[in-house]
Design a binder for this molecule. Structure first.
Ligand code: ATP
Length: 462
């Protein structure tokens, strides 16, 4: 093997995902719908594996976190109490010349990051970064004049029931967290948990993003994996530190290159209205560093708000401390789609074997959606090879493939990230052994059929 190169732009990944059945544009035959994506046969398997990894790390293997699954549409007052109806907006500007639309905070941040402030603030001394509230005057794309900033509501509205008056308005949830807060008492009492403890949920969230972009990174429909950990107010900092370490470690367990992961504390003016401090876990994508997950200290904002708006006291009596208080909350909020994109982007590599270039997804073996491919060397060996694939399928996600040369079959599996290919040849009929080829090293080993299941099982386990 010679030097390998990594993903330089998302375009190559977008095309691999379509070609191999990871991710398709939603409603593609109708021209697509911006900000929506569909997962194909391999994408849906990878999603499940990431979900399982999160759920077992955050819920099944812990005594102090329990799960729940709430409805997507809730009582609209939930979103009044949470502050979303009033403040879940992005500011946007349009270019009067080229009609491009920008999210104001992104426009300014991109110019700061790229050293191009002069393009959007032509009449300003740009040796210092713009102060909060300073407005750009020119479009970064065409230098055209920009409109005044306008508010853009991020929540999707819908209607519940037959009436069409204002009382029937409801929202598709923009985050899964609120349904956890409004079920705090139900879950705490029914599961007999004592503070400190957490409630976890995975599910769809919807945001009418101003500028969906970077493939699935910023979509309008996406899945969140959130956990709200309820603590005594004196213990906020220690639990926050605990969770940011734990969450950072999870991305490393997924096999993501640790040198492409970092943490970033939010500056005061970036903090959400409910948070006193937040740290993001970020990944270095081909388009720059970007958030994978936010760990936030939400204090007792949400429980207090829901207590006031519903008239149902959300205070908790702590039997250990003999004290009644509204717990503080440390939130860990990750995106399933964003994690999946990260796993794929990080695994993507181009290298050369015996003078031939190949594309390979170096997925961690425990995440690979297809774990084993079984090839007969010749179609004449189809029957025993099919039988082997059927046997392996009882334990692994395995396929049978007899089309094209063995080299071609290897390339296909490399591109989807299959860690092991098993070739059955004429000798197999004599020695009951097969050749197992490793995706990453491309080395081949002769393994007895009776030992094959355990050989693969050991390597595909986390
Ligand atoms: P931004 O400011 O970038 O719009 P945010 O900080 O409001 O995003 P959070 O509310 O913290 O995002 O969302 C928590 C997590 O949910 C994010 O870290 C991300 O993984 C995921 N997420 C949020 N918005 C989207 C989206 N539009 N598409 C895909 N995933 C998203």
């Amino acid at each position: 093997m010679t030097d390998e190169s990594r993903l330089e732009s998302l375009d190559a990944l977008v095309s691999l995902c379509k070609r191999r059945g990871y991710i398709f544009q939603s409603s593609e035959i109708y021209g697509g719908l911006n900000g929506f994506w569909d997962y194909g046969p391999l994408g849906v398997e990878l999603r499940r594996r990431i979900f399982d990894s999160w759920w077992s790390t955050m819920v099944s293997r812990r005594e102090d976190v329990v799960g729940m699954d709430a409805s997507i549409i809730t009582h609209p007052r939930v979103w009044e109490a949470s502050g979303h109806v009033e403040s879940f907006y992005d500011m946007m500007v349009d270019c009067r010349e080229c009609n491009r639309r920008f999210r104001l905070d992104h426009l300014i941040q991109d110019a700061v990051d790229n050293g191009t402030l002069d393009a959007i603030f032509p009449d300003r001394d740009n040796s210092a970064a713009p102060a909060e509230g300073e407005l750009p005057t020119r479009c970064p794309a065409c230098a055209g004049e920009l409109t005044e900033p306008r508010q853009f509501a991020l929540m999707f509205e819908t209607r519940v029931g037959a009436a069409t008056d204002s009382k029937s308005v409801a929202y598709l949830r923009p985050e899964t967290a609120q349904a956890i807060f409004v079920n705090f008492k139900n879950v705490q009492m029914s599961s007999r948990q004592k503070v400190p403890f957490g409630i976890a949920q995975v599910g769809k969230a919807f945001r009418n993003e101003v500028t969906p972009r970077n493939f699935t990174f910023r979509s309008r429909e996406f899945e969140q994996m959130e956990m709200e950990f309820f603590v005594h107010p004196d213990e906020e900092r220690q639990w926050f530190d605990y969770w940011i370490d734990a969450r950072h470690a999870w991305y490393e367990q997924l096999g993501i290159d640790p040198t492409r992961l970092r943490r970033r504390d939010h500056a005061k003016d970036e903090l959400a209205h409910y948070a006193s401090y937040t740290t993001d876990v970020e990944y270095q994508f081909p388009f720059g560093w970007a958030e994978l997950e936010g760990v936030a200290n939400r204090g007792n904002f949400d429980l207090t708000q829901h207590g006031e708006h519903s008239g149902k006291d959300q205070a908790y009596f702590d039997p250990t401390r003999n004290e009644k208080y509204v717990p503080s909350v440390i939130e860990t909020s990750a995106g399933l789609d964003r994690t999946l994109l990260t796993v794929l982007a990080d695994a993507y590599a181009l290298d050369e074997i015996a003078g031939e270039e190949r594309t390979v997804l170096r997925l961690a073996p425990h995440l690979a959606p297809r774990q084993v491919a079984v090839f007969p060397l010749s179609k004449k060996l189809g029957e025993p090879a099919r039988k082997l694939a059927d046997d392996l399928r009882k334990r692994f996600h395995a396929i049978y493939d007899d089309s094209g040369s063995i080299g071609k079959r290897y390339r296909r599996e490399d591109e989807v990230g299959t860690p092991y290919c098993v070739t059955l040849d004429f000798e197999t009929l004599e020695d009951d052994a097969v050749t197992v080829r490793d995706r990453d090293t491309t080395e081949q080993e002769r393994i007895g059929l009776s030992a094959l299941g355990d050989y693969l099982g050991e390597r595909l386990r986390r």
